[in-house]
Design a protein around this ligand. Structure first.
Ligand code: LMR
Length: 332
């Protein structure tokens, strides 16, 4: 009898504290990379700001490392409302019907972060985000990762070295074309499956910024990497539009502010994080890191820049030209 009573009290207390602690709104934020990456850190920073500034009315639950969903499933989950927030790579919006986002995958279209920010942090970026609304998605921000390096178990110093290699890519037609332009065989594969595919030889190589390569331990199963910086990998932070529009206006304004500050943070740390992680890859001694000479870089560019014209139709030539104009791009 006594025991029963104690259990009842404990249950009520638990229930009450549950009610007292319960947030009014929960945002499940799912992503596929490790916590110790530019995206992982920015997601945690957004959580901190959002929870502090709403005084706990909003709780943000971050699920890193494909814990909840892999690439394709997470987009479906967002549309169904099973999660509220994601930050997929810009290379993964094609299957949603937003092919324009693949413009960011064009090889050598951006030489550095400054050029890129003219697009992502300006009117073109805003316009791209607004295209998602018809899919039930609201785009909130662009977060940087970095510029990609190629890796394999053989040295990759020229396009000829790629001939016949099976290269894992993200689900982007532009990246497919990029690998074909090098004579490689592109294999679309979920990020969470890439390490194992490299380890077992299902694929021979891949491309990613150093932060992803290191934190997924890809460098442990890739003997060579070439710092080509041939393409950009970054993210759009997106939310389920119905959920977002249904939030009270004051909460939404606070969250918008938190996202703005988290974006400044994300885009401030990304370059340094990638430099640090590249240094760690080198220091591990597991991957030999090679920097192409000017002539080798020119050969890569010569092979890869024609992908721009090939993919014009898919992306929309207007958009490619608009970006050239915004960044001052010249083909050489
Ligand atoms: C990849 O699949 O290689 C990347 O999109 C992973 C990520 O989110 O950075």
């Amino acid at each position: 009898m006594k025991l029963k009573y104690a259990a009842l009290i404990a249950g009520v207390a638990l229930g009450l504290s549950g009610i007292a602690n319960a947030a009014d709104f929960v945002i499940k934020f799912s992503h596929v990379v490790a916590q110790d990456t530019p995206k992982g850190k920015a997601a945690e920073y957004f959580k901190k700001l959002a929870e502090e500034r709403t005084k706990g009315r909003v709780q943000v639950q971050v699920y890193p490392n494909s814990q909840l969903y892999k690439d394709k499933e997470e987009l479906e989950a967002l549309q169904l409302g099973a999660v509220q927030m994601l930050a997929p790579s810009l290379a993964k919006f094609g299957p949603l019907g937003a092919k324009e986002f693949e413009v960011f995958d064009l090889p050598y279209i951006f030489d550095n972060y400054d050029e890129l920010h003219k697009v992502t942090q300006g009117p073109i970026g805003q316009q791209l985000l607004s295209k998602l609304e018809s899919k039930g998605i609201k785009g909130l921000a662009f977060w940087d990762n970095g510029f990609k390096i190629f890796s394999a178990n053989k040295p990759l110093k020229s396009p000829a070295d790629f001939k016949g290699l099976k290269m894992r890519i993200q689900s982007s037609k532009v990246l497919e074309e990029e690998m074909r332009a090098l004579g490689a065989m592109p294999q679309v594969m979920a990020f969470s499956e890439t390490y194992q595919a490299l380890q077992t030889g299902v694929v021979d190589g891949t491309e990613n910024p150093p932060s992803n390569m290191l934190t997924q331990k890809m460098h442990e199963v890739q003997k060579y990497a070439t710092v080509t910086n041939h393409g950009y990998l970054g993210y759009a932070v997106i939310v389920n539009k119905k959920f977002w529009d249904g939030l009270p206006a004051d909460i939404r304004t606070t969250l918008d502010g938190a996202m703005k500050d988290a974006t400044v943070y994300a885009n401030k740390i990304a370059q340094q994080e990638n430099e640090n992680d590249l240094a760690k890859i080198k220091a591990s001694g597991k991957t030999q890191v090679y920097y192409p000479t000017a002539a080798e870089r020119a050969a890569f560019k010569k092979a890869l820049v024609p992908v721009h014209t090939k993919m014009d139709d898919r992306i929309g030539e207007g958009l490619v030209q608009l970006i050239y104009k915004q960044t001052g791009y010249t083909p050489n």
